[in-house]
Design a binder for this molecule. Structure first.
Ligand SMILES: Cc1cc2nc3c(=O)[nH]c(=O)nc-3n(C[C@H](O)[C@H](O)[C@H](O)COP(=O)(O)O)c2cc1C
Length: 379
């Protein structure tokens, strides 16, 4: 892992090690992938202000997220099928995050269940919720998260219908995930991956199996989502979730100022400015383009988090400079997971932390809490 110098290195190795259907699933955006690309391009367009002759010998990256102390302003985002990048992927990623001192978020659509992860780690993690039609099951899921002592509930708002990823159709991605004859040759060339999956505790959606109807049938991801997810989801349901979950609530998937204003009044502790990593509304603003207006509108009422396109510590600094209190990463850490399991995730977090540290120094900033718009260069 030492020779992995940047997130792109981890990505290249993950691409070699993980079967194509799962790597493509992780990598892709929806439709023409305009928003996926915009997430990266708009971050890269933000130029940083080089400052010199500031004593930066003492630097501090520690801060808090929702009152929790963290070693840097970062959390691992929820990733469906995380456990298909590497066997027991959710447990490994959670361990790496906790060892690094940052939060891990377990997806509803994870392979390891809430209970699997809770048993395997020492500290609380966050749980991400998708609201499905069967509210009895959703209530039970929230109660399972509470019983597992999850320290925050991340309610995802931007996936009630599924944006199409062309590769998932071409690669025959199904629910539950299935190894098909057509993929066997590919898998035969990925023995380390195959072994890790064989040894992993589960091969299907751990939180749903045995609870949700239709899990035994093989459906396309899109068809299954259409059957299970509830497109009637609205702000009244957020009130309902709020009433069932007494702990910290994070609303994920806000891009619009109007929505941010409503979210700020919904009794949540934080919101995440996010377009689901460019996987839902193609043609939407990049997350970084949407961020400043949301911060301006509600930043003094609710903690504003950010995700979408972060591949370096420079990107974290850019998002903080645009007003985010902290960031989530998705692909950056699952590339690490695919490349090297727990050590790969640990390396991804370490890379981002080191890059953020050096970038702060070169911008003349000593404390991560002092990052503000003044670090952005005006051409
Ligand atoms: C493979 C993959 C699976 C995802 N699954 C979920 C999910 O189950 N729940 C959710 O709220 N967001 C999900 N997301 C979105 C991420 O939580 C996050 O918003 C996004 O990855 C951020 O963009 P980035 O990958 O460029 O960092 C997923 C993203 C990817 C790439």
């Amino acid at each position: 892992m030492r020779i992995m110098t940047c997130i792109e290195d981890l990505r290249r190795v993950a691409r070699r090690k993980v079967p194509r259907a799962f790597f493509d699933y992780a990598e892709a955006g929806s439709y023409a992938q305009e928003t996926l690309r915009a997430n990266r391009e708009d971050l890269e367009h933000i130029k940083l202000r080089q400052r010199v002759l500031v004593d930066v010998s003492q630097r501090d990256l520690t801060t808090t997220i929702l009152g929790e102390s963290v070693s840097l302003p970062l959390a691992l985002a929820p990733i469906g099928l995380c456990g298909m990048m590497h066997g027991d992927g959710e447990i490994l990623a959670c361990r790496a995050a906790q060892a690094a001192g940052i939060p891990f978020t377990l997806s509803t659509m994870s392979i390891c269940s809430i209970e699997d992860v809770a048993q395997a780690v020492d500290k609380p993690f966050w749980f991400q919720l998708y609201v499905m039609k069967d509210r009895g099951f959703i209530r039970a899921l929230i109660e399972r998260a509470a019983a597992a002592k999850c320290s925050a509930l991340v309610l995802t708002l931007d996936l009630q219908v599924l944006g199409q990823r062309h590769c998932d159709i071409r690669n025959g991605m199904t629910v539950p995930p299935q190894i098909k004859l057509g993929n066997l040759i590919d898998i035969a060339t990925k023995p380390a991956w195959a072994l890790s999956i064989l040894r992993g505790r589960r091969k299907t959606f751990g939180n749903l199996a045995g609870h949700v109807q239709g899990m035994g049938n093989v459906n396309s991801l899109a068809q299954w989502t259409a059957n299970q997810f509830d497109p009637t989801l609205n702000w009244k349901d957020v009130e309902w979730v709020r009433s069932v979950w007494p702990g910290k609530l994070i609303l994920k998937g806000i891009l619009d100022v109007e929505d941010a204003r409503i979210a700020a009044k919904a009794g949540a502790s934080a919101l995440v400015v996010s377009n689901h990593g460019g996987r839902q509304l193609d043609g939407a603003l990049s997350s970084i383009a949407a961020l400043p207006k949301v911060v301006e509108a509600v930043g003094d009422q609710i903690e504003v988090m950010f995700d979408g396109g972060i591949r370096s510590g420079q990107d974290v600094l850019r998002a903080l400079a645009r007003g985010a209190r902290s960031c989530m990463i998705g692909r950056s850490y699952i590339y690490g997971l695919g490349a090297g399991g727990e050590a790969g995730v640990a390396r991804a977090i370490e890379i981002l932390g080191k890059e953020l540290d050096v970038t702060m120094a070169l911008c003349g900033v000593r404390n991560v809490r002092d990052i503000d718009p003044r670090v952005i260069a005006q051409a």
